[in-house]
Design a protein around this ligand. Structure first.
Ligand SMILES: [Ca+2]
Ligand SMILES: [Ca+2]
Length: 449
């Protein structure tokens, strides 16, 4: 599992040549204590303390509000077991969008070709409740993109093309964007029964020649189609066919890296150190969902195979508890590996707090969480004096993660020197990257004012 996911990840990494020590000097010079954390619109609820941070490519917010003006549900037809009147998620409406077909008018049928599975089956599109209804006898439907996009710049700034689909049973569908019979983009996606899901193509993946081919739409030449083809007979509802621009700058305030969402990619750029592109299309595993991100750290979860990748802005990362440096090879790498395998001893007065030895990802219950690359502490007071005793000749930039510190201004010092690489995480934990090389017992003083 690890090998596979490592391969996938490495495919996405571009490294740039500069030592990360330079980075840290720069970071120390520019960052300030209590870096404000990014407050994002949360999509869905957040049962876990490190809940998803709302970087879904297509927002999955609750269903009906934006659609409440549409017609109420009609009575089910004899052949349609899918719940007609069910509405597609409308979270995309907060993005810049262009609806190509809303299926609010029977006239929309002129932009549709239906191919029956058998010659005897009906080929007239059924448009109902603002949706196109594919009967089980339908082999495929083709949307006439050329007509819908004629005279418009395509893809231009649009990042996603597709619609929301709901099937009466689990079924796989193909989504194909083609010009003059030649496939430009395609994907295969499993539709879960009775649930509207976005089925979209990532236009940011178009290469040079595909972009050139797509320019034909603007020129009015070339016959472009969007084909939806179920692999098995099923009633399928198709809601609006649309273009989305989901580009979003997700860079947290005070961060030295840039985080951008674009189509189904999350792009992370730490200038001169490393850049990553994580695929976030969970319908096409392996893909990543971002569980937490902040100015210092990103926690990403992979769906299939399951995995976790914790990425720090300084170029350290922990993939399934294994240290992986994202920066170009350097002498520090061996030190980091050594201190990851042989963590320091952490002590603090019991009335101030305690070392947490049971956190998920701490492989040997010693308080150093291998999955996060950070020592885990819980505060009982507004002041903590944490003594770090290295078990390796040098301990470089150890990371402390502290829960339950009260709200307020945070000040951390190491032997009188202010630590400016500390921040509140979105879950209110405090993350402190101690910007020192420690060779002897060293006390970090943390207090909240
Ligand atoms: Ca509609
Ligand atoms: Ca451990």
């Amino acid at each position: 599992m690890f090998q596979h996911s490592f391969f996938v990840v490495m495919n996405n990494i571009n490294l740039s040549p500069i030592g990360w020590r330079n980075y840290f000097r720069r970071l120390s010079a520019t960052a300030c204590c209590l870096v404000p954390v990014l407050m994002l619109t949360l999509i869905g609820c957040a049962p876990d303390k490190r809940a998803a941070q709302g970087v879904a490519p297509v927002p999955q917010s609750a269903v009906t509000s934006a659609r409440s003006t549409e017609a109420p549900a009609a009575v089910n037809s004899a052949t349609n077991h899918t719940s007609t009147g069910a509405q597609a998620p409308a979270g995309w409406r907060r993005l810049r969008h262009s609806v190509l077909l809303d299926f609010n008018s029977p006239a929309d049928a002129v932009f549709i070709n239906l191919s029956p599975a058998t010659p005897a089956a009906a080929t007239d599109p059924v448009i109902r409740n603002g949706q196109l209804v594919l009967e089980p006898e339908t082999a495929q439907v083709q949307i006439k993109l050329s007509s819908l996009l004629s005279g418009r710049t395509f893809p231009g700034d649009w990042t996603l093309l597709g619609g929301h689909l709901q099937a009466q049973r689990d079924v796989t569908v193909d989504l194909i964007y083609s010009i003059d019979g030649q496939t430009i983009l395609e994907k295969q996606q499993q539709l879960p029964a009775d649930q509207f899901v976005p089925v979209m193509l990532d236009l940011t993946r178009l290469n040079e020649s595909q972009l050139a081919a797509s320019a034909q739409l603007t020129a009015g030449t070339g016959r472009a189609l969007l084909t939806i083809r179920p692999h098995a007979p099923a009633t399928i509802l198709i809601d609006d066919i649309l273009l989305l621009d989901n580009r979003e700058n997700l860079t947290p305030p005070g961060a030295t890296w840039a985080i951008q969402r674009k189509g189904y990619q999350l792009e992370i750029d730490q200038p001169d150190l490393f850049s990553l592109s994580l695929s976030t299309d969970v319908s096409q595993p392996p893909a990543w969902t971002i569980e937490q991100f902040s100015a210092q750290r990103i926690i990403a979860q992979q769906n299939n195979p399951p995995g976790q990748w914790v990425i720090y802005a300084d170029g350290r990362s922990f993939e399934n508890s294994h240290l992986k440096m994202l920066t170009p090879p350097a002498a520090d790498d061996a030190l980091y590996l050594r201190q990851h395998n042989t963590p320091a001893q952490i002590t603090l007065p019991s009335e101030q707090g305690r070392l947490l030895r049971q956190t998920p990802g701490d492989l040997n219950n010693d308080g150093y969480n291998e999955a996060l690359g950070a020592y885990q502490l819980q505060a009982h007071a507004a002041r903590l004096d944490v003594t770090i005793t290295p078990r390796t000749p040098t301990l470089t930039n150890p990371i402390l993660e502290i829960s339950d510190l009260p709200a307020g201004k945070l000040i951390a010092t190491a032997e009188g020197h202010l630590i400016d690489t500390c921040q509140r995480l979105p879950d209110n934990d405090v993350l402190i990257i101690v910007p020192h090389e420690i060779q002897r017992p060293t006390t970090i003083n943390i207090r909240v004012q």
